[in-house]
Ligand binder design. Structure first.
Ligand SMILES: O=P(O)(O)O[C@@H]1C[C@H](O)[C@@H](CO)O1
Ligand SMILES: Nc1nc2[nH]cnc2c(=O)[nH]1
Length: 314
């Protein structure tokens, strides 16, 4: 590895930043807040004023999202009463699409170099916790990232990046900003959301694109996770590494099936032979369309919450 590889990577980012700023009026050059829209949640950018959208394929270094419910542009503009400059990713890149980790986190590092100080990352997630039903928004307080721990998908693998990025050995014990999490609950209170609409929990990151088997769902629940998803954590790690304050909001779109016990083929055949009637068995399968439907139905609550948080931050 060349000794100056990190510096070379940084010079690629300056082309990205120059291209972006070349497309924006001066008042939008330095967004203070970044937003990442999860599956079905690109409506979060609906109230951005004086909006300028830049397609990803016109930004050097950016990939292209291939997932339904994800847009392919950055939206710059002003949000809230005070007109705070913001930038939103209308869609994200997931490792399961085949993007290298450097591409997955490229927009987050670009946000940092543009001046973003606070980032609000959203996603659609499955619930592992029977007390957290579909439609709940979860403020993430911590994570369980199996792909990071096993070393295959940690976004910080590779050359050390020069300032403003942090050291190689990045602590993430404080990655989920306590003050931003408090602001989220204050915002929900001001919006008069019912108490159950926003809760806190732990996000388990898996690579996907398969949804969890029942045993995997139970495994993650037994390890203390409340929701599970296929994104976000690389962005959190890269954002913390770039010095940003991070808030993650997960919208629960489905319950991950955690039946009490497996349906037994042997018991069923024994019962059939003995002529014993059996109760009907409901086997559930999650689909991405269901995930997007809930995003559509509850996306407005998420939008109101994000806007109120930004207003309180300003
Ligand atoms: O980008 P997010 O995490 O919101 O999308 C979730 C996880 C998968 O990409 C997809 C599965 O339905 O939705
Ligand atoms: N891994 C995973 N990601 C999701 N995103 C939305 N729902 C789910 C789910 O059930 N599992």
């Amino acid at each position: 590895m060349a000794i100056n590889e990190g510096a070379e990577i940084l010079s690629e980012f300056s082309k990205t930043v120059d291209t972006i700023r070349g497309r924006l009026p001066a008042k939008l050059h330095t967004p203070l807040i970044g937003i990442v829209c999860g599956s079905g949640l690109s409506g979060l950018a609906a109230s951005i004023r004086d909006k300028v959208e830049i397609p990803y394929d016109e930004i050097p270094g950016f990939g292209r999202s291939t997932v339904a419910g994800h847009g392919n542009a950055l939206a710059f503009g002003l949000l809230g009463r005070d007109g705070i400059p913001v930038v939103a990713m209308l869609g994200r890149f997931h490792p399961y699409e085949g993007h290298p980790m450097s591409t997955v986190v490229y927009p987050i590092r670009t946000f940092a170099l543009l001046g973003v100080k606070n980032i609000i990352i959203t996603n659609a997630a499955g619930s592992l916790n029977p007390k957290i039903p579909v439609g709940t928004i979860v403020t993430i307080q911590d994570h369980l990232a199996l792909p990071n721990l096993t070393g295959h998908l940690n976004p910080l693998l590779g050359p050390v990046l020069p300032a403003p990025f942090d050291t190689r050995f990045q602590p993430i014990s404080t990655a989920y900003s306590f003050s931003l999490r408090k602001i989220a609950f204050r915002a929900a209170h001001e919006l008069q959301f019912p108490r159950s609409a926003l809760t806190e929990g732990i996000y388990a990151w898996v690579s996907g694109p398969t949804y969890e088997s029942p045993a995997e769902g139970r495994f993650l629940r037994n390890q203390g996770a409340d929701v599970v998803g296929m994104s976000t954590i690389p962005e959190v790690v890269a954002a913390k590494h770039a010095g940003m304050e991070v808030l993650v909001l997960s919208l629960v779109t489905n319950m991950v099936v955690i039946p009490d016990k497996y349906r037994s083929a042997r018991e069923e055949v024994d019962a059939e032979i003995a002529g014993i009637p059996l109760p009907p068995v409901i086997e559930e399968e999650v689909t991405h369309s269901e995930v997007l439907e809930v995003g559509l139905a509850k996306g407005d609550d998420m939008r109101k919450l994000v806007e109120k948080i930004i207003e309180l931050l300003g």
